[in-house]
Each structure stands twice: as C-alpha cells, then as structure tokens.
Design a binder for this molecule. Structure first.
Ligand code: THU
Length: 163
C-alpha cells in the first residue's frame, strides 16, 4: 500500500494588500451580486472574469422556481464569456457573495459543478485561471483550479494513448 498526498495552496490576503487590478475585479464581482436573481435562497453571488485582452465580463446566480434549472454565478459568467469571446482566454475569476446581512465573512468556494467548468475552461485555453474569493475577513487567491479540484476528470482520461 502507498499513500498519495495531494496538497493545495491558497494565499490569504487582506483587501488592502491586493494590487489595483485585483481590487477592481473583486469590486466588480461585488457589484454583480446586485444583479443576482436569488428569490429562493436569498444568497446573492456575483462573478467577474478578466479576459486576456482586458475585457471584463460579469454575471450572477440566476435561480428558478424549479430549483435545478437555476445556475451559479461562476457558470453564468464563464459560459457568457466563452460564448461571446471564444478566442480570449480567461485569466482571473473573482467571486463575491452576500446574504441580506451583507457580504460573507469567509470566502464562498465554487461548487463542484462550477469547479468542473472552470477546469474545462483552463484546459480549453491551456492557461491557468487565477481565482479570487472575496470575504470580509480575507481574500483567498488560488492560482489554478487544480488546487480546488485535484484528481479531476478531464478529456485526457478518455484518450487511449494516455491511459
Ligand atoms: N451559488 C453560486 O452562484 N455559486 C456557488 O459557487 C455556490 C452557490 C448559488 C446557487 C444558488 O443560487 C445559491 O447560490 C444558493 O446555493
């Protein structure tokens, strides 16, 4: 028997420690929570992605009375970015979330389905996507989805030459 150990690295910053571009992107994600349609959970999530050419695309969670028909902020935003700007790799994804009381203290990590879509976007453009998660107590910076979704399923698993 042997043990495989998987390590994830997350850098934690105070907002003031961030660079100007990251601050702006996080503030854009925070603003995007205002456009959330979340009458069922009352949990508003906003996302902002920075594309390689400098374009910023925002999105928010969009809920539905038939609950599974809704979509998280991350996938709303990435699908829109990839469909409108298919030749622009995603560089950074910023996420913010708030309840009726205000923004969350601890960052909200993306759900499993969103992690899988972030992974696909990294693979599609062959470029790591930095992820910034906003919390009042600190901001998490993740260099690549590999830190949030280790041992992931991807297209290469279906390629007989790599098996
Ligand atoms: N939600 C997101 O938008 N992103 C996540 O990563 C987690 C959850 C949304 C989905 C739903 O509208 C609400 O938050 C409560 O789960």
């Amino acid at each position: 028997m042997r043990v495989l150990t998987i390590t994830s690295i997350i850098h934690v910053y105070q907002f003031e420690e961030l660079g100007a571009d990251d601050k702006t992107l996080l503030q854009t994600a925070m603003e995007a929570t205002r456009r959330s349609y979340s009458p069922y959970s009352r949990f508003a999530v906003g996302a902002a992605v920075l594309l390689a050419d400098g374009t910023v695309v925002t999105g928010s969670n969009q809920e539905n009375a038939a609950y599974p028909s809704g979509l998280c902020a991350e996938r709303t935003t990435l699908f829109y970015a990839n469909s409108q700007y298919p030749d622009q790799p995603v560089q950074t994804l910023a996420i913010a979330a708030r309840t009726e009381e205000g923004f969350v203290n601890d960052p909200i990590p993306p759900c499993g389905a969103c992690r899988q879509v972030i992974l696909e976007t990294e693979k599609r453009y062959n470029q790591h996507i930095r992820i910034l998660l906003y919390g009042l107590k600190g901001i998490y910076e993740i260099q690549s989805i590999g830190d949030l979704l280790p041992l992931s399923f991807e297209a290469s698993a279906m390629d007989p030459t790599t098996r």
